[in-house]
Design a binder for this molecule. Sequence first.
Ligand SMILES: Cc1cc2nc3c(=O)[nH]c(=O)nc-3n(C[C@H](O)[C@H](O)[C@H](O)COP(=O)(O)OP(=O)(O)OC[C@H]3O[C@@H](n4cnc5c(N)ncnc54)[C@H](O)[C@@H]3O)c2cc1C
Length: 449
Amino acid sequence: MSSVLFDIKKSFGCNVFVAGGGVAGIAAAISAARGGANVILADNNGYLGGSATAGMVGTFMTCMDTKGEKQIIKGFFEEFVLELLKENGAIYHTSCPGSDSYSGYRETGHIGVTPYDFEAFKRVAERMCLEAGVKLLYHATLVKADASDGRVRSAYLALKDGIYKIDADVFIDTTGDGALSYLAGAQTMYGDEDGTIQNPTLFCTISGVDKPMLDEYVRNSKNPRERFYMDLIEEGRERGEFPCGTYKLRFFEGLNGYWNVNMAQVDENIDVLDGEVITEAEISQRAQLVEIIKFLRKYIPSLRDIKMVSSAAALGIRESRRVVGNYILTVDDVSNSTDFPDKVVSCANSIDVHCKDRVNYQTRKSEKSYYIPLSCLIVKGFSNLLVAGRCLSADRFALAAVRVMPPCFAMGEAVGVTSALALGVGGDVNRVNVKDVQKILLENNGCLD
Ligand SMILES: Cc1cc2nc3c(=O)[nH]c(=O)nc-3n(C[C@H](O)[C@H](O)[C@H](O)COP(=O)(O)OP(=O)(O)OC[C@H]3O[C@@H](n4cnc5c(N)ncnc54)[C@H](O)[C@@H]3O)c2cc1C
């Protein structure tokens, strides 16, 4: 049976193979192709975006510095947002100054967020990939990788008609779960010492929010417990009416009158790499969403007419496997703004740890931006394997800061540029001069301040 499964149905060769078409993979594939590489991008969904679309997150967290004064994530991210705007598929970050409905009525870390439309995202991502010459493979699940002598040689994808084999000079892992690196034999990490990870959440969108009434209530609410209905939710949980540990009203206005609800939560620590566990979690989270909507309709006057429009196609995973790179970004690097000579991303998101009953914002010591070096995006022990996005080489709490979408876009852009440059040095990413990467990122409207 296994030999039938692994009969190769089709074979492809390319310069750069990108596994995973979330925001990091999209940026990586397009940047590699623009650098002259022949690129294949594969994803197991039938569209691009990963958590951004299948996970229904709905709002790019801020691209601004800590004070919300200067945009520090630009480059490909900015270009993508401008393309969305052409399709009325986003609200530009300068129109979202914080404390309003688009920022979930929060200010800290929420000044300058970018709400976007899921369908516009899918169309723009596809168009930009195709225009750059990226070959897309959908419904393509990476199931195996061959590696020898510190090089990945081939990746194997399961599609409807069988197994496709991809040979490439450089491989990029943007699967969020570090799947390619793991299958190639790279060292990986998962959670803390006892495997604890952040709680997953199934998003949903709702319609029917009475926005004027909600805005007015928020304007008149004196403290956060009141503004976010924290007492109401706590009491509801004690009565067994509110079904999970989420401690406050947490939703964001999106486009077209829809709001993105980030309130369901798997409270137990589950193994998000176990297929059976994930299936059970998605089923129970869908039921939990119904309970949450019922609760909000019953107790919050501005939400009494809300209706669920859609639950997300995939459980939102905040944290899973992280790949060990040449360097592991630490929470101290984030907290103290360690300035790396090989920095390729600058960002300022807070250290955002979601766990049962609360969101724990660890305070950073520095008000300055912090940086991700290229050495966190080169997989240790490999000369042709890069990683970007949620599965980068970082400790848990550093990941909690850089896991939001603008930095994931920026990491993807950095590895895409690096992969194309590597083609000129025998496909060896370790031989790429990081100054060349930085120069290209800055020429492409990037920012490393
Ligand atoms: C509940 C929740 C709320 C969040 N809120 C925000 C927010 O408000 N703003 C914000 O900016 N960020 C937010 N984030 C974080 C952010 O959405 C993600 O961390 C980010 O989108 C990750 O992007 P990525 O490209 O690294 O990975 P993903 O988006 O996970 O993309 C990986 C892609 O790879 C595919 N893939 C995985 N394995 C395979 C395989 N074996 N074969 C083929 N394809 C594969 C997946 O299907 C997916 O399409 C939130 C995350 C969660 C879970």
